[in-house]
Design a protein around this ligand. Sequence first.
Ligand SMILES: [Zn+2]
Length: 420
Amino acid sequence: MREAHCHLGLLGEALALPDIGSCTSLAECLDHVRAGAGQTTPGAWLRFKSARPAAWAEGRWPTIVELDRAAPHRPCVIMSFDHHMAVANSAAIRAAGLRAGEAVGPKGHVDSDSSGAATGVLHEHAAYRCWDAAPAPDVQTRRERVRRACRSLVELGFDEAHDLHTPEWLLEDLLHLEREGELELRRVDVYPNVVNLEEMFRRFGASAGERVRIAGGKLFADGTLNARTALTLHPYRTPESGSPHGVAMASPEECERAVKLCESLGLHVAVHAIGDGAVRMVLDAIERGSVRNGSGAAEGNRHRVEHCELIDERDVPRFAELGVVCSVQPCHLLTDIEVLRDQLPGRLDRVLPLRGLIDAGCRPGELLWFGSDAPVVRADPMDSVRAAVHRRREGMEESEALGWHQRISEQDCWAAFSKR
Ligand SMILES: [Zn+2]
């Protein structure tokens, strides 16, 4: 079974972090912080992921005072489940070199109160900077985490995984694990960012392992639905200021160049495209830039579009026509139901049109691939199977399903997780 879209480096890190995703209250979250503060070596960073303060009984983040009290003398940062926000204590904000009220990167911001003091809340790039300020683990620890990430997939029944945005160190670690006989997956395909692709291919391409190989390059064509930055053909109901259709993270020319670069190395491009506008832009770029449209079936691996949460009716048949893989993670439907209903109410029939894709010739496993995007969500394949079959969360009525007519059979789902 193949996990067609995951992030092994981040998954290894996530598995090593305490999980507060199931907390039901702020009090419970602070208990985790206090417990962690009592365990780790003095001064070591305390990091937590997957916080959902909106779902907590108190409905709010901890204050900086509460966090300072729970974790005195050591940096502590808690990241939200969707990675758009974090809350940090004074030591973490200091260690990251952030100042109250400061703007960080294109969208980041360090929240401050009326007196100008930091509240602990960090938005976007300010959150990432604080998170990344924690010292990197030593090579030994890092490799052990990658090993455990691979093992966690094997335990779920996978024997092949595709890593979609692979840093150089991760490829090195995977090759090391393979050499040492510690790689439990039978096969790992990696996709470095197209910017680093040529250099990494030169360095590792010929000598890459038997089971670990560079399969292609990764490019981002748009953002995400929750941030309303996924590039859409129809406007969002309440867009982020100035971008009613979301944001293109790459130009059509950049997409086309990426296709050509990958083909020149004998590889394939994998482009992140969540909105229907981005999906169309990428299909256009492949159509223009590829000299092997519709061929390459024998290799069992072709250009691929990642996520495809919205696909316009006109573009559905183009995947099969061009021989492009539609690589989806239906499990995300379960958490995106509300934002889709809220922001794109007129386009709900275009959400993950799996039935339409199969009917148009995208055979599951061949041109329709399933994955999870772990650790953004857990890698359990059952989540995607349920989402693709029932089109709604457990406990919801059939009338609440999203794109009910696009549901597919359980058999087709398992085929999409298999290799053809
Ligand atoms: Zn991803």
